[in-house]
Design a binder for this molecule. Structure first.
Ligand code: TXA
Ligand code: MG
Length: 342
């Protein structure tokens, strides 16, 4: 076991990390997977850190490379809907409707798992999350692997999810042998997770497919609220997505400017993350523009946090509101800010 596996944080370089593109990357990636290694691949949501879902030793390398607790279940990625029947023990009518409507795309569907899936993948749960990405490079890679791929987001545990290969490289360099270049992730936050094992479809994590979109197809869809139980979703008890510097949410334009000036007077180097209309009103404050609407904000939000922690030491993020996809964006912003508002 290499030093890497004892060192969960920090930048110790213990293996060469290749960043490759095209067929060469996919072929090498598939070979590494067949050899029981981990590979970073692009998807339309965020980049994933994949291993053969049927190879327990390979799956353990995911947890080690991320420094992630091993009771946090992994999503299983496929390239063809035909693979689903081998991974789950039961597909309800409603689950089938969701598969037909939203796959491939930014959705993960929780179903009862098949016996063949190792407990190391599901964190001991008897359910499994299935996801079929729409990104063409993800699709080509998953097909070349010839096996379902268990994959969390390709960030060190508690760090921000990556939406471009360069942000992966910065965070995971030395921890993985290969990153497959796939450009900028189009959706920009992790998939919507919907639990189809209960009476009513329940969203465990909001994303690019909203509660309304699912309710439109199934007639009803609950949003996960209230106390998080270990049995339901172990991963949700962990803090996620924190930038390396403090981050707060500004409720109003005035509180944003006040906070900016306050921390600046303390000698800090703050930066504002905001939408175009807010940026227009700034007067010399440093900023990162996340676009003009909810889709653009979703696409840019994680990259803006990566950029913010790189070039500033204090992030002040606009409150984008709770309607439609903004709620999914704010779910990630709230976690990153640890709920701190000004
Ligand atoms: O968009 C995505 O979903 C990305 C890309 C790479 O596909 N993946 C991703 O994986 O975000 P990860 O591991 O960072 O987040 C997966 C979440 C965790 O919070 C985990 O607890 C939850 O999904 N999860 C996985 N399987 C589950 C299950 N059987 N029951 C409940 N929650 C589950
Ligand atoms: Mg993650």
């Amino acid at each position: 076991m290499s030093l890497l596996y004892f060192c969960n944080v920090g930048k110790i370089i213990t293996m060469e990390t290749k960043l490759l593109e095209g067929n060469e990357a996919i072929e090498l990636g598939a070979k590494l997977i067949q050899d029981g290694e981990v590979v970073v691949f692009p998807t339309e949501t965020v980049y994933g850190l994949g291993a053969d879902a049927f190879n327990v030793d390979a799956v353990k390398k995911i947890y080690l490379a991320k420094g992630r607790p091993s009771d946090n279940p992994l999503i299983v990625h496929i390239y063809s809907k035909d693979q689903i029947k081998d991974l789950v023990s039961f597909i309800s009518q409603d689950a089938k409707l969701l598969i037909d409507t939203f796959m491939p795309g930014p959705i993960t569907i929780i179903m009862p798992k098949a016996d063949s899936i190792p407990k190391e993948v599901t964190g001991g749960l008897d359910t499994v999350g299935i996801r079929m990405p729409s990104h063409p490079i993800a699709n080509a890679f998953l097909k070349a692997c010839k096996t379902p791929i268990a994959a969390p987001s390709a960030n060190v545990s508690t760090h921000i999810s990556p939406t471009n290969a360069e942000d992966v490289f910065e965070d995971m360099q030395g921890r993985v042998p290969l990153i497959i270049q796939g450009g900028k992730s189009d959706v920009g936050i992790e998939s919507t997770i919907v639990d189809m094992t209960g009476d009513i479809p329940t969203i465990l994590r909001p994303g690019g497919i909203t509660q309304e979109m699912i309710a439109n197809v199934l007639g009803a869809c609950e949003s996960f609220k209230g106390k998080v139980t270990v049995a339901k979703a172990p991963g949700m008890k962990y803090k996620h997505y924190a930038p390396l510097c403090p981050m707060v949410i500004a409720e109003t334009f005035d509180s944003m400017i006040n906070e900016y000036n306050r921390v600046k007077s303390e000698g800090k180097n703050p930066i504002i993350i905001a939408r175009d209309d807010v940026i227009q009103k700034l007067n010399g404050e440093r900023y990162i523009d996340v676009g003009i609407n909810a889709d653009e904000t979703m696409r840019n939000i994680f990259a803006s946090m990566h950029e913010g922690q790189r070039i500033a030491d204090y992030i002040i993020c606009q409150d984008f509101g709770e309607d439609g996809k903004n709620a999914s964006v704010m779910n990630r912003v709230n976690k990153a800010a640890g709920g701190v508002r000004v």
